[in-house]
Design a protein around this ligand. Structure first.
Ligand code: SAM
Length: 284
């Protein structure tokens, strides 16, 4: 049940897309003085060694963050994200990769609230210790999907939500959809981010369409969908081709920021000639 360990995948192309979007959303939310809450329903350990046994197994980071890390000439949104990864590596060498709660820890202000959920006991323990000193922070070992009821609407009113489940069990697709609906019913202006893997699997191919329908009905400020395809499935149809992020109530700046970065991500992270991206939005 809890076989998934993010350490195998830390810093891969999917983390690059996810954390680029997360950084843009948090930066935007930080532009207003009023504090906000970030709810990270599947938070992971907070940070990962890319030199460790897990990360070295398939060296996924080599096809992701490592392709950008030393580039001093990136578009501004990517440069900002890479600067956070660099801040996680004090001696300059890419040794550690920050997970979503670590990125939040860099970007959130003291008064902003962080609610992180992580079921795996080891990752939960590491995360709780990493965030121990951060004010306005709670790290829970309970089910992140079930957190929506407790967390929304948030006392800060302004809230961002990141849902990043492993999808190792197919029920995660239905759960993420139900959780998005619940979040938007409880707080229709929540900036809700959903990551998903691009697989040759019905649940995966239909997810974006379903998320759009929910956001059409419930989100106050529309939605944005971005997908980065870097690889082909194998001859049996297995393997992750890429990943997507769906954002309900996105910052109005997000579309153009991503449009500036995606051609370069296709060029750097693409593993075959057909690598491509999709960027679509419904602005309200
Ligand atoms: N969001 C993290 C990041 O960007 O660095 C990575 C998260 S990883 C893809 C998914 C995590 O969810 C795993 O660490 C797994 O143990 C945890 N998990 C799985 N099911 C969960 C649940 N129902 N509630 C909370 N955490 C869960």
């Amino acid at each position: 049940m809890l076989a998934y360990r993010h350490a195998f995948h830390a810093g891969n192309h999917a983390d690059v897309l996810k954390h680029l979007v997360l950084t843009r959303v948090l930066r935007y939310m930080g532009e207003k003085d009023k504090p906000y809450t970030l709810i990270d329903t599947h938070a992971g350990a907070g940070g990962y060694s890319v030199e460790g046994r897990y990360a070295q197994k398939n060296a996924e980071y080599a096809g992701g963050i490592a392709k950008l890390y030393d580039d001093k000439d990136l578009p501004a949104p990517l440069a900002d994200y890479v600067s956070l990864v660099r801040a996680f590596n004090p001696d300059g060498q890419l040794r550690q990769y920050p997970g979503s709660p670590a990125i939040a820890n860099f970007v959130l202000r003291e008064a902003d609230r962080l609610r992180a959920y992580e079921l795996h006991p080891t990752d939960h323990r590491i995360l709780a210790s990493y965030l121990e000193a951060r004010p306005n922070t709670q790290v829970s070992d309970r089910d992140g999907f079930a957190s929506i009821k407790a967390e929304l609407p948030s006392p800060t009113r302004r809230a961002a939500l990141l849902m990043d489940p492993p999808y190792e069990i197919k029920t995660d697709y239905a759960k993420v959809l139900a959780a998005l609906r619940e979040a938007l019913e409880r707080a229709p202006d929540t900036v809700a981010m959903v990551w998903y893997p691009q697989l040759q699997l019905l649940e995966s191919t239909q997810l974006a369409q379903r998320l759009k329908a929910s956001a059409d009905a419930l989100a106050k400020k529309g939605w944005l969908h971005v997908r980065l395809t870097v690889a082909q499935a194998d001859e049996r149809g297995f393997g992750m081709m890429g990943s997507g992020m769906f954002i309900a109530n996105p910052p109005f700046t997000l579309h153009d920021e991503l449009a500036e970065c995606l051609p370069l991500l296709v060029e750097r992270l693409g593993q075959y000639d057909g690598a491509n991206y999709v960027l679509e939005q419904k602005a309200v």
